[in-house]
Ligand binder design. Structure first.
Ligand SMILES: C[S@@+](CC[C@H](N)C(=O)[O-])C[C@H]1O[C@@H](n2cnc3c(N)ncnc32)[C@H](O)[C@@H]1O
Length: 363
């Protein structure tokens, strides 16, 4: 089987889009070997559809040692059917885009075309269908809720990592420290945080681990983190709280010590941190069952998949659920310009609620 590196981006690349122009020029595929800068990597079938992290590529991008690339089978026209991939016409691609927008609010760029083919072809084959048109008709009629969910799960982008954009955790630690140590706080034993678009759980677990380490008093608090995502597969993985050892690469020894290991050498989230996080599947486009108020909301690297009006609606709703003066943390390439009347920028992609619930004690 011939494989190729589909593209490359650095971990700081906005939208985590493939083929970040400053990265991709370093990528050369030769057979199943790819050369990225000075680094050679032999691709294996197990790498297909995986995002691989290169910790050694610091010669390539000076400020970002972690670069990622995605592997796919070579998709030459003649090999498509051999590989079980199904051709996708422009009209069908447009229909897929409309469908994922209607269901999940996701606005899919042209760059996602290869991903659509590789991920949905497998589903189409399994359903014993042979064209995208037949699959789209199936989704319109006769599809079960599980079929629809599988379509959504296949098209989400779930890239995440522990301590991603770590300045947010420093800010959160300071802010929560003030709440925890405030003798005048009327509702001092209650703390509610929300990680919206939590993917496989690294974000809410980072919040839990870093806050519990910085503020041991929280162990006796009514402290809960709600972690939600539309993708039911990632929510299941997150609930397990087990990760590969490599998922900690690049973290300081002090941070690595926050995690446990299981017998197989995997990383395990310690029970005290797992117990404060509740994972649920939730589509941000649908009604939200929570009443709030939240003391902080993390919604990072999620809105980049939505268009401006969708972002505006979502962030407005988040403002209504945030306690007065509480914080909303967003991704490095996102902003709240469209809801500037509701949030004040107080740090790097950290926004403070101007409106919201009357007090954080109101929950
Ligand atoms: C790139 S990940 C971000 C993960 C994490 N917040 C971070 O910054 O590391 C984006 C997540 O948003 C989720 N997502 C996309 N559309 C969504 C929607 N309509 N409702 C809820 N989650 C959604 C995806 O499933 C994906 O796991």
């Amino acid at each position: 089987m011939e494989l190729r590196c589909l593209g490359l981006y650095r971990s700081c690349c906005p939208h985590t889009l493939l083929n970040c122009t400053s990265c991709v020029s370093f990528t050369k595929n030769k057979g199943s070997e790819t050369t990225i800068g000075d680094y050679q990597y032999r691709l294996t079938p197990a790498d297909v559809d995986q995002r691989l992290i290169l910790g050694v590529a610091d010669t390539m991008v000076e400020d970002q040692p972690y670069c990622l690339f995605v592997v796919e089978r070579v998709t030459g026209a003649s090999s498509k059917m051999d590989n079980g991939e199904i051709s996708l016409s422009d009209r069908e691609f447009e229909a897929v885009r409309n469908k994922v927008y209607d269901l999940a609010g996701i606005s899919m760029s042209d760059a996602k075309r290869t991903l659509v083919v590789s991920r949905l072809s497998k589903i189409i084959r399994r359903l014993n269908l042979d064209t995208f048109t037949a699959y789209l008709e199936h989704l319109e009629r006769g599809a079960s809720a599980d079929d629809i969910q599988e379509f959504i799960n296949a098209l989400t982008t779930n890239l995440t990592r522990f301590f991603r954009e770590d300045h947010h955790f420093d800010h959160l630690n300071d802010y929560i420290g003030k709440i925890v140590n405030d003798p005048a706080n009327p509702n001092k034993s209650r703390l509610r945080l929300w990680s919206a678009g939590c993917s496989t759980g690294q974000e809410p677990y980072t919040i839990a681990l870093s806050l519990l380490a910085a503020h041991p008093k929280l162990k006796s608090w009514d402290f809960k983190i709600l972690a939600t995502d539309i993708d039911t597969d990632v929510v299941e993985k997150a609930k397990a709280g087990i990760y590969k050892a490599g998922d900690l690469s690049g973290l300081s020894p002090e941070r690595v010590r926050l995690f446990d290991r299981d017998g197989a050498g995997n990383v395990r989230i310690p029970d005290h941190a797992r117990s404060v996080v509740t994972f649920k599947s939730l589509n941000l486009m649908e009604p939200w069952p929570m009443r709030g108020p939240f003391d902080a909301i993390f919604c990072r690297n999620v809105a980049i998949y939505f268009n401006k009006p969708t972002q505006e609606k979502m962030f407005t709703r988040m403002g209504e659920l945030l306690a007065a003066g509480a914080f909303l943390y967003i991704g490095h390439s996102e902003n709240l310009n469209s809801v500037a009347d509701k949030f004040k920028l107080v740090g790097k992609t950290v926004y403070q609620n101007k409106l919201g619930a009357s007090a954080r004690s109101a929950a």
